[in-house]
Write a protein that binds this ligand. Structure first.
Ligand code: AMP
Ligand code: GLY
Length: 426
């Protein structure tokens, strides 16, 4: 098969890495890719948002299957355009991707189909939103309804912060149109988990469990990022809990999407809070998580092309996924300053030494090659991923590799996996 992966992050590097290993893949392209991806795929200079050129390219190169990484292209309808041109797509249609594109739609959907989630109100009127906050008190969570690059969620500990958040989003429009409507939610306490399932419209196949670390600093302190590290499996997700999540959350969601005339295909990513009252959905994403995808691909022991193709063809019932028994853990290395402003173009050395270590893979996120030298080209830059018999073993292998990388302008958290390690038997 001729396959095109759309995107340029660590997630897409992991997808390309897994796809390139499949005997079913004769030719692999990535649009636009990055320096790491160019080692396993032919990178083409087309932005992930440039739907027209992606379709034209796919037709010209006789691409059989397009694997779409980022949500933006999905919400804009890339899968629909490809399918209309006779090209198979791994990823939901535009109307199904609305699940991530509008938090207000998502919350109403949960209520309609009785899916456990935080209590909420949705508002376009600033005064009514303020009154809701005053009535319900803090802590409370305020979210811009539209896509805000992962930044549209504000956790408010006190009334002042909540009032300021409403001012910022609704009056000062810091998230632009994404903040035209806000969702205000009950603050849920518990442990967060990322739960993924492949869906072909009807059949739903859960993937291995994973957990990420959103906060920038050790001890889960500091502002939220796209994710500073992750591991799989997540010990908090016992077989029993995974079953409960499927029965109470994922399956009713997929049935609900069919009833709404929005059948879902692709990968569904549920951000869950495991509360005292059981699992509740914080949000859905219509794509793989980044960096969760990297640890899932590191552990996947089945042919990923078979799985993605089956999803695109509505034949997922023929696929059985298997996973390595080993755990995988990824440490994200980011440019100093991230998630705030950071410098681009700083030099990264010694990666070839790390690539030579067994059971360690470095997935590139924001890198590029400049005059034959690898340089940083984004906030999150590298994802050092290791396998181990336990999460602790994977962690120590990953940090040994991190310490070999010579990148003075980079930083990482030093405690990725702490929560899982406290649960592992000694
Ligand atoms: P979201 O983009 O909706 O997943 O929100 C980003 C992060 O904010 C989540 O990963 C949680 O850590 C946190 N969060 C979102 N909603 C809530 C909530 N209702 N209660 C507690 N934390 C939340
Ligand atoms: N790591 C969380 C996300 O991709 O949204």
């Amino acid at each position: 098969m001729i396959i095109l992966v759309v995107g340029s992050g660590g997630r897409e590097h992991a997808l390309c890495w897994a796809i390139a290993k499949s005997p079913k893949c004769n030719k692999l392209f990535c649009a636009p890719g990055n320096a790491g991806i160019s080692q396993v795929a032919d990178c083409i200079d087309i932005a992930a948002e440039d739907l027209t050129r992606i379709v034209t390219f796919s037709k010209k190169e006789n691409v059989d299957l397009v694997v779409i990484g980022p949500e933006g292209a999905l919400v804009d309808g890339l899968a629909d355009e490809l399918i209309a041109n006779g090209i198979k797509a791994f990823g939901p249609s535009k109307i199904a991707a609305h699940l991530e594109g509008s938090k207000a739609f998502m919350k109403d959907f949960f209520t309609k189909y009785n899916i456990p989630t935080a209590a909420y109100g949705r508002f376009t009127d600033h005064e009514k939103a303020t009154a809701y906050v005053k009535k319900n008190g803090t802590p409370i969570v305020i979210k811009a309804s539209g896509l805000a690059g992962g930044k549209g969620v504000i956790l408010c500990d006190n009334d002042e912060q909540a009032i300021q958040a409403l001012q910022d989003i609704m009056k000062d429009r810091v998230f632009g149109d994404a903040g035209e409507e806000v969702v205000i939610e009950e603050f849920l306490k518990g442990e967060e988990v990322s739960f993924f399932a492949l869906v072909d419209g009807i059949t739903v196949a859960p993937l291995a469990s994973a957990q990420d670390h959103k906060a920038v600093h050790d001890g889960d302190k500091g502002p939220n990022t796209g994710g500073m590290g992750a591991y799989s499996p997540a010990p908090v997700v016992t077989d029993l809990l995974a079953k409960e999540i499927m029965v109470k959350i994922i399956e009713p969601t997929m049935k609900g999407m069919i009833s709404e005339g929005r059948p879902y295909t692709g990968v569904l990513f549920a951000g869950l809070m495991i509360t005292e009252d059981g699992p509740k959905v914080l949000e859905y994403n219509v794509r793989f998580g980044d960096p969760e995808c990297q640890v899932l691909m590191a552990r996947l022991n089945s042919d990923v092309v078979d799985a993605f193709d089956a999803v695109a063809c509505g034949q997922l019932n023929n696929v059985k996924l298997s996973w390595l028994k080993q755990a995988a853990l990824i440490v994200v290395m980011a440019s100093k300053g991230y998630p705030g402003p950071f410098e681009k173009g700083t030099k990264i050395r010694n990666l070839s030494q790390v690539d030579a270590i067994d059971d360690v893979t470095v997935f590139h996120a924001g890198t590029k090659s400049l005059d034959n030298q690898l340089v940083a080209n984004g906030g999150r830059v590298l994802g050092v991923t290791a396998l181990g018999n336990t999460i602790q073993e994977a962690q120590s292998r990953a940090y040994k590799a991190v310490d070999k990388i010579d990148w003075p302008n980079g930083f990482c958290r030093r405690d990725i996996g702490w929560r899982a390690i406290t649960r592992e038997p000694n």
